[in-house]
Write a protein that binds this ligand. Sequence first.
Ligand code: NAD
Length: 435
Amino acid sequence: MKISVVGTGYVGLVTGTCFAETGNDVTCVDIDANKVQKLSNGQITIYEPGLEKLFERNLKQGRLHFTTNLEEGIADAQVIFLALPTPPGEDGSADLSYILKVADHLGKIMTDYKVIVDKSTVPVGTAEKVREVIAKNCKTPFDVVSNPEFLREGVAVDDFMKPDRVVIGTDSEEARKIMGELYGPYVRQGNPILYMDEKSAELTKYAANSFLATKITFMNEIAILCEKLGADVDMVRRGMGSDDRIGKRFLFPGIGYGGSCFPKDVQALAKSSQEADYDFRILNAVMDVNEAQKLFLIPKVTAYFNDVKGKHFALWGLAFKPNTDDIREAPALYMIDALTNAGATVSVFDPEAMPNVKSVIGDKVKYAENQYDCLENADALVIATEWSVFRTPDFEKIKSLLKQPAIFDGRNLFEVSRMQELGFHYESVGRTPAK
Ligand code: NAD
């Protein structure tokens, strides 16, 4: 099938590459000329495990093309995916201007039947808006389908190639047939393609993300309570997670959720609710708690040093989660701000995200060559992202490099008892500190 993907970011590039992998002919369109040039030259623009190999293979075999020209990019396509940004607008609702602008342009240039697919996360009613905007100028028949994307950065290729489910919102028989054919190879193991009306499809994505953000936030509050009551959140988590109705996943407390999706999607669902005359109270609480949680470690650090002014900190982990270079809404950035505003200096290390951080905050921090260089002359180590490479470090080396053996761990990487044995002052989330 000939496919076009408009927007070649995290979702668009994975979608385009993975559709090419099953033999489709894919053209990715982006307004960022620099990005398109790099991709056309075989240079991948994001870090996503497993993607580069697929990208190189499909580019080489001529099934993957890149262009900045929308008209050229969609000319032969039967299906056009919109993988465009939907950032929060000023009032918290999803900004649909990227989508509607492209929709307007599509209406002017489409000359035969095409299926336009909203893959971006968009509020209920967006497919209808896209349809109206295209129809203003379009002379040929077309369908608009809602097909929200559930991939997770860090495991995006696996998620796309073997999705838990594919959600397709449409009432058009023709579009349903085409979408079913396109996704067939990805659900061979029997995971479902769930066909539904477009509004339900649009809401499913927000409901899923908001539920997951709530689950994390609930555990973060349980962790706070554990500290106050002298319980251990690891024990509580295991005790809870053994119940099938709760499940073991997504129960790890930490320093708040970040990324490009949860924060904006929870906010957008709360806003949609408000517009529908319903106050979604849980979501408001989730946002409040998460805002505070990003700075959970700061009072601990401040209490330990009395005053952080003039202190130097090593920070391990910048990406909002491991296995990605994405730093959007990353808790680490909030901590850097809090520490530097209080007069401290910070050295950072992250296996993939340092170039992105540098492009946003420049020389506000020192960028280390590796995780140990980062520790030189530091008064304490602060951990913000649970990269695997941080899990079994050389503790003796850490001790010898830090001015004092103090670790503030926002991701509960180490056993408290072990840190006690090793002689660290170790504080984490929801567990009794080792002193
Ligand atoms: P992104 O910012 O990484 O990529 C968006 C791309 O669109 C950029 O490359 C940008 O240059 C391009 N673009 C902007 N305007 C354009 C235009 N007029 N024409 C062509 N290209 C244009 O965003 P993303 O993370 O891929 O997210 C895209 C959508 O998918 C969002 O709605 C997001 O909520 C949703 N989503 C994201 C994830 C994720 O993990 N990142 C997962 C599921 C869903």
